[in-house]
Structures are given as structure tokens and as C-alpha cells.
Design a protein around this ligand. Structure first.
Ligand code: FAD
Length: 331
């Protein structure tokens, strides 16, 4: 038995993030081929109760690192905890979600472990006995396959919503290993966490995203996107131009300097399709573009294009989806 394929189990508001389950599925396949075990590592305060779910999704072992000082994510506290555990056990690979937290933590841990890091991967597989990582480059126009024959552990961040979620096996139990963790001096002090309350799914995990660009013309006009999103159970995103103009907060920005998303359906409204925007949403399964300019670049990547005024098309779609999905009374 080798030293293990590890998955960093990210969680939020008492729930394991979906990308963790996606990574467990890929880790399970690799581990079976390499005759290794799959271990999930979960860090926080009172997070042990999340361990059974990790077992059902494929972990053989769950390392639980609990401490009051780790109640909220801090770069130095979590780095020390994860890197310390990895230095002790020397796993073959460590995967983290390519999320805000995962990106931050992975870079720090890789540095501590003196290993490489392949970011934003969309595929993990075994080729000729090597863990092979695939990542898009040039805004998804090409793919790089990376192997790391010598560096251990192999470290990668995995793009959410790309790998399939494995079927959970009810009752499949993982060995739970409670780890004493001494976070030491944490220099970052979290004084207050202001949580945004939203009934909509989180952008990076949403199956459907309705996104608006500069063509929305004002923050108030985003209301028509929110109405469509609520009928579809979707999240709302925005282009950088819309964020820069103050129509939407930066947390909604999709693209090179915003979030990377991979929903089943991405509806781009009044977005021209600049390469930096495509870098964040180009791997969406189905792209629908609504734009009044038939030459807009977004139509080159769209599966369905509607040439028209979004202020007519979006409310029409909302009305029709409401009828189709029988949501007339709720709205
Ligand atoms: C280093 C760097 C990083 C960047 N990072 C990002 C990033 O993360 N995300 C990002 O999005 N951009 C990013 N950008 C900016 C990017 O280059 C574009 O400027 C931006 O994406 C344009 O946003 P937009 O499509 O909303 O606006 P525009 O390009 O102005 O397009 C607006 C579109 O709306 C259409 N329109 C207008 N009115 C209507 C209407 N009534 N009905 C239908 N259509 C209408 C127009 O035809 C037009 O196509 C970055 C740029 C740089 C240099």
C-alpha cells in the first residue's frame, strides 16, 4: 500500500463543498489503480461530524484536524496544519478545489513541501504509471498535460463542477483519525465574518448561471437576471465591465480575475465575450448568449445564440420558463 491520495475536504457553513466529492471520485480511481488508499483531510472546529459523508463518497481514511483556533480559515493556521500532516505522512498526491480557499492554501502548502503545483486542472488520470494532470490554457483554446515524475507529493487544484460526483455508498465507513493539531501563532486574526445570505446557489458550484455584462446598463437592471435565475434555481454572475461599472459586486465576477465556473448551462446576457471572460466560463457545458450585436465574440463559443435586445428576451424567457416549470404561483 502506497502513501495515499489525499483530498483536502473544503467545507462551508457546516457542509462539505461539492468539489470535495468530485475530487474524491477521481482520487478513488487513481488509488485503485495505484493500490493506494484515499484519505480526506478536514480542518476546522467541530468538523468531525462531516467525516461519515467523506467515507460514503470514497475516502478510506479521514484525518480530522480540530482546534478552536481553526474555526475560521486562515492562511497560516491551515497551511501549518495541512503541511505538517503531509510532512509526517508523505502522501503520493494532494488535491484541493480550485476555489478561493483552495488556491490560497495549495500554493502555501506546496511551498512548504517544496513540491510543484498544477492549478485549475480539469482531468486527473493515470497514464503510463504517472499521475497525469490536464489543465486548460489560452482561455480554454488548448490543453496542457502535466506530469511530475520526481516531485512528491503531486499537488493540484481541481476546477469545481468538471469531474463527476461519484455515487455515494450509504454506510461505507472511513477510518477516522483524530489529529492533535497545534496551530502555533496565527498571525491572521479574523475579527468578524459577515455572511451574505442568499437562497441562490454559490457561483462556482451552480448548475445554471445567468450572467450579465455591460449591456445590463445599471445595477437595478440586474433584477431581471435575478428573476430568471430564481425561476431556474440558478446563480447570478457578471462580467468585469459590469463589476467595474458598479452594477454587481466583485464576488459575482466571472473570468480571469474573477471566478472560474463550469455549470451545465451558462446564459450570457449583454456580454461581448472577451478572452478574459471566456477564461472563466469557457468550460460550461452549454452556453447561451443573448446579445444585440450579431458579430459579438460570445457567439463564437455559444451553443445557442439569440440576437436581440436582452431587455425583451430575458423577461420573455422568465415568463416561458415559469410556465414550463409550473412556478407561476410562487412568483
Ligand atoms: C488583465 C485583465 C483581466 C480581466 N479579467 C476579466 C474577468 O475576470 N472577467 C471579465 O469579464 N473581464 C475581464 N477583463 C475585461 C475584459 O477584457 C472585457 O473588458 C470585459 O469582459 C467586457 O465585459 P462585457 O462583455 O460585459 O462588456 P462589453 O465588452 O462592453 O460588451 C457589452 C456587450 O453588451 C451588448 N449589449 C449592449 N446592450 C445590449 C442589449 N440591450 N441587449 C443585448 N446585448 C446588449 C453589446 O453588444 C456588447 O457585446 C479583464 C481584462 C484584463 C486586461
Amino acid at each position: 500500500m502506497g502513501k495515499g491520495i489525499w483530498v483536502y475536504a473544503e467545507h462551508k457553513n457546516g457542509k462539505v463543498k461539492k468539489v470535495t466529492y468530485e475530487m474524491l471520485g477521481a482520487a478513488r480511481q487513481l488509488a485503485d489503480q495505484l493500490a493506494e488508499e484515499v484519505a480526506a483531510v478536514i480542518i476546522g472546529k467541530e468538523v468531525g461530524e462531516l467525516a461519515p459523508a467523506l467515507g460514503e463518497y470514497g475516502a478510506d481514511k479521514v484525518y480530522v484536524l480540530e482546534n478552536d483556533a481553526l474555526a475560521e480559515y486562515t492562511t497560516d493556521g491551515y497551511t501549518r496544519a495541512l503541511a505538517g500532516l503531509a510532512l509526517e505522512h508523505r502522501p503520493t498526491a494532494i488535491f484541493l478545489g480550485c476555489t478561493v480557499q483552495g488556491r490560497d492554501l495549495a500554493a502555501q502548502v506546496a511551498q512548504r513541501l517544496q513540491t510543484g503545483l498544477c492549478t485549475d486542472c480539469t482531468k486527473v488520470e493515470l497514464q503510463d504509471g504517472q499521475i497525469t494532470l490536464t489543465r486548460p490554457i489560452y482561455a480554454g483554446k488548448a490543453f496542457v498535460q502535466a506530469i511530475s515524475p520526481e516531485a512528491r507529493p503531486v499537488m493540484a487544484t481541481i476546477r469545481p463542477n468538471v469531474l463527476p460526483v461519484p455515487q455515494p455508498q450509504g454506510g461505507r465507513a472511513a477510518e477516522v483519525v483524530q489529529v492533535d493539531v497545534e496551530p502555533g501563532d496565527i498571525r491572521q486574526i479574523i475579527k468578524e465574518v459577515v455572511r451574505q445570505v442568499s437562497s441562490r446557489p454559490e457561483l462556482t458550484e451552480a448548475d445554471i448561471i445567468v450572467s450579465g455584462g455591460r449591456g445590463m446598463k445599471s445595477a437595478e437592471n440586474f433584477k431581471i437576471l435575478e428573476e430568471l435565475a430564481d425561476v431556474l434555481g440558478a446563480a447570478v454572475g457578471a462580467s468585469r465591465a459590469a463589476v467595474d461599472a458598479g452594477y454587481a459586486p466583485h464576488s459575482m465576477q466571472v473570468g480571469q480575475t474573477g471566478k472560474t465556473v463550469s455549470p451545465q448551462l451558462y446564459i450570457a446576457c449583454g456580454i461581448s465575450g472577451a478572452i478574459q471572460h471566456l477564461a472563466g466560463m469557457g468550460s460550461s457545458k452549454v452556453i447561451v448568449a443573448i446579445n444585440k450585436d450579431p458579430e459579438a465574440n460570445i457567439f463564437k463559443v455559444a451553443d445557442y445564440g439569440i440576437v436581440g435586445d436582452l431587455f425583451e428576451v430575458v423577461p420573455l424567457l422568465t415568463r416561458e420558463f415559469r410556465k414550463l416549470l409550473g412556478k407561476e404561483k410562487e412568483c
